[in-house]
Design a protein around this ligand. Structure first.
Ligand code: SF4
Length: 252
């Protein structure tokens, strides 16, 4: 897709879908843009159909903004805004930055939902136009991160440290998968890493679910967590306590 800002070529992004009444990806009611393409291969991905960059459809920033402004009044009334998620919005960094820049120009709150697996220099330009980051850290343990997400953890940890340095309001997201990410050493390591980062407003524990399983089956993929059950309320509380003990505010 073209993302040429130096010429008159319209900026085009590749998207999976749009949702006008999002309630879970940031504050208030949000217009959510699901971008297409992701470098990760999370075992629990519930949107595997957003992973391939060649799927989805093109949309210009101008056309997307025409959609967004239709919902401006309810965003304002509910303290909402626009969220770019995916997939991984930082893959299309120029498109993502320009959508956020145009939103901020209109006084619309902007949220970036990301794995943080990105070139930091490139991401920094996008972050200039972001009000809130939802940073999903797949695991803290290095081997576990590679197993869960298929990529090394270091870019994500550097991204988290950078958010702290620039004092960017951030919600951490952590998908709790019994028998996988709930290992006490993994949770404790992450809690220690995050403690003292005052830009973190809360840690959201997202209980593993299988709502994306049918997509894996439809796509002919091998869904490795077929036999894994969602966490119990006790398992969730144990992990929540580990974060709270490091002074972090937790939401489930
Ligand atoms: S980062 Fe998100 S979209 Fe990408 S593979 Fe993981 S869960 Fe799926």
């Amino acid at each position: 897709m073209s993302t040429d800002t130096a010429t008159d070529t319209p900026l085009v992004g590749r998207i999976h879908s749009l949702e006008s009444g999002g309630m879970v990806d940031g504050p208030g009611i949000r217009f959510v843009v699901f971008t297409q393409g992701c470098p990760l291969r999370c075992l629990y991905c519930h949107n595997p159909d957003t992973q391939a960059l060649w799927d989805g459809r093109d949309i210009t920033v101008d056309d997307l903004m025409k959609e967004i402004v239709k919902y401006r009044s309810y965003m304002r009334c509910t303290g909402g805004g626009v969220t770019l998620t995916g997939g991984e919005p930082l893959i299309q960094h120029q498109f993502t930055r320009e959508v956020f820049r145009r939103c901020q120009e209109l006084g619309i709150h902007t949220t970036l939902d990301t794995s943080g697996f990105a070139n930091l220099n490139v991401a920094a330009k996008v972050l200039e136009c972001v009000d809130l980051v939802l940073l999903c850290i797949k695991a803290f343990d290095a081997d576990l991160h590679a197993r869960v997400a298929g990529v090394p953890r270091e870019p994500t940890l550097k991204f988290a440290q950078y958010l702290h340095e620039i004092k960017k309001p951030t919600w951490i997201r952590f998908v709790l998968v019994p028998g996988l990410t709930d290992h006490p050493a993994n949770v404790e390591g992450m809690a220690q890493f995050l403690s003292g980062m005052h830009n973190i407003e809360k840690v959201e524990i997202l209980p593993f679910h299988k709502m994306g399983e049918y997509k894996w089956e439809r796509m002919g993929g091998d869904y490795a967590l077929r036999d894994t059950l969602p966490p119990t309320s006790e398992q969730i509380e144990t992990v929540a306590q580990a974060f709270r003990q490091h002074g972090l505010s937790v939401a489930v």
